[in-house]
Each structure stands twice: as C-alpha cells, then as structure tokens.
Design a protein around this ligand. Structure first.
Ligand SMILES: [Zn+2]
Length: 261
C-alpha cells in the first residue's frame, strides 16, 4: 500500500508525484510484472515510471509486483483488469464472466456515470485470509484460494459466493464512498484519523447491495440469496446492541476499533 511506503511530504502535498519501479535483476524472483492504476508515464528496458497528480492521489493506488495471473474485460466501455497473485487454479473464463455481470450491474445501478477511466482488481490468494480495501479506480482483495472457482467446479459454492460479494462490495465503493462521500471526507486531514458518523450509510448500503447484486445479476438464485440473508437477519435480531446505542455511535466505535471491508 502506497501510504506505508510514501510518507507525506509536508508542504509539497500538491506537487505531481513520480514513482520509478526498477525491474528486479535476481532470477529467483521469476517472471515479474507490475500492476497498478497509477498513470504509466514511461516504460523503459529496466524500469517503469508512474505519475500521480498529488500526494493524496499517489496513496490511493496500490501497486502489485509479482508473478501473477492477469485477465481483462470491458464493462460500460471501460477496461477492467484483475490480477491474482499466489498459488491458484482458477476457472478464469467463469470468473471473468461473473465479474463482468457484477460490474455492469453497478454501472447501471449508478445511472451509467462511471467515475474512473479504468479499473483494477488486485487479488492475493492465500490459504485462509479474507478482506478488501477500496480505492478510487482499484481494489485490493485477499481471499482463500478455495474461494476462487476451480476449473472442474460447476455449482456456485458458498466460498465462491463470498469472493464475488467481496469484489462486488469494493467495486460498489468506487461510487459509494470514493465519489459520493461524507462532507468530512472531501478535505481529509492526513495528520490524524478522520471519522464520520455516516459509516452506517456507506458501509451498510454497500454490504446490502454487494450480495443483492448477485441475485439481480442471476449469479445467485432467490433460494441461494435468502440462504445468505437469513443468518444476517437472525444475527441482527439476536443482538442487543441496537437497544443500547444508535447506529451512528456503533459505527464510530467500529471505526476506532476495527478495519472495515
Ligand atoms: Zn466496505
């Protein structure tokens, strides 16, 4: 993540940034490539040079450098790419087709107005992890490799559903938090944590639509969707938190204590 590599240059935040990534020379690293939504300025024999409009722009573009699988598709006339890093045996054609349906759904959901000119899903497949982080024209995803669709697999498994819901969630955020956002997020103060009382709107709506869109695209049947929804409703009814504090206070506590999807 760029924010942990590049400290804020106080007083120079609005300057254009340039990042040079040198190709590794060590053969142990194998077939190495670079994937990022940063703007490529120059590709040389032994390096790639990328630019960002300013510091805030720079830290909103994760960079993947690895020997990864890469595939492309179009949605709304916008080029989309996914990379998968780590051991996996994914049915790429199936994943591409399902992702395309989800992306087209979200583009239509937000009225066809697309806030990016390209989009990149960066996926890291491990033995058991799960999570994601949205960016304005990309998302960083981590999943267990069993959540990726295997070549011989026909049915949609709960694990693959979980991965598609994660992709759906982070892609939805490209509109719903990266473009449409709380007033306090428009002028971020990078010297401290920035809170909002509206996380329940931005995370809550995103979580609702990440799975609902799988039903609307026909990836899930109504029975499969309700099977996902029922435990969520049960959990909500069993929990007592809603009698103790407002959703506004709950999201403030969550924001202080946990990272979110
Ligand atoms: Zn989220």
């Amino acid at each position: 993540m760029a924010v942990v590599c590049f400290l804020q240059p106080v007083g120079f935040e609005n300057n254009i940034c340039e990042v040079q990534i040198n190709y590794p020379t060590d053969e142990v690293l194998g077939d190495w490539a670079c994937a990022t939504s940063l703007t490529l300025k120059n590709k040389q024999k032994d390096a790639e040079i990328y630019t960002a409009n300013n510091y805030l722009d720079l830290i909103d573009h994760p960079v993947e450098m690895a020997d990864f699988t890469r595939f492309e598709f179009n949605a709304g006339n916008i080029p989309h790419t996914m990379t998968i890093t780590g051991e996996h045996s994914t049915d790429i054609d199936r994943l591409r087709a399902d992702l395309m349906r989800i992306c087209k759904h979200h583009i239509g959901f937000f009225g066809g107005s697309i806030p990016f000119d390209s989009y990149l899903f960066l996926t890291l497949a491990t033995s058991k992890d799960y999570g994601g982080l949205e960016h304005k024209k990309s998302s960083s995803l981590i999943c267990a490799r069993k959540e990726l669709p295997a070549l011989e697999q026909q049915e949609i498994t709960p694990e693959y559903t979980r991965f598609l819901a994660l992709c759906s969630h982070e892609y939805f955020h490209a509109w719903w938090i990266k473009t449409i956002k709380p007033a306090s997020f428009h002028e971020l103060d990078m010297s401290c944590e920035n809170y909002t009382e509206q996380l329940w709107i931005f995370e809550g709506f995103t979580s609702y639509y990440d799975e609902l869109s799988l039903l609307r695209t026909g990836i899930l049947s109504i029975e499969q969707y309700l099977t996902l929804l029922v435990p969520t409703i049960s959990r909500m009814h069993k929990g007592r938190g809603r009698f103790k504090q407002s959703v506004r206070n709950q999201v403030l506590m969550r924001g202080r204590n946990f990272t979110t999807r």
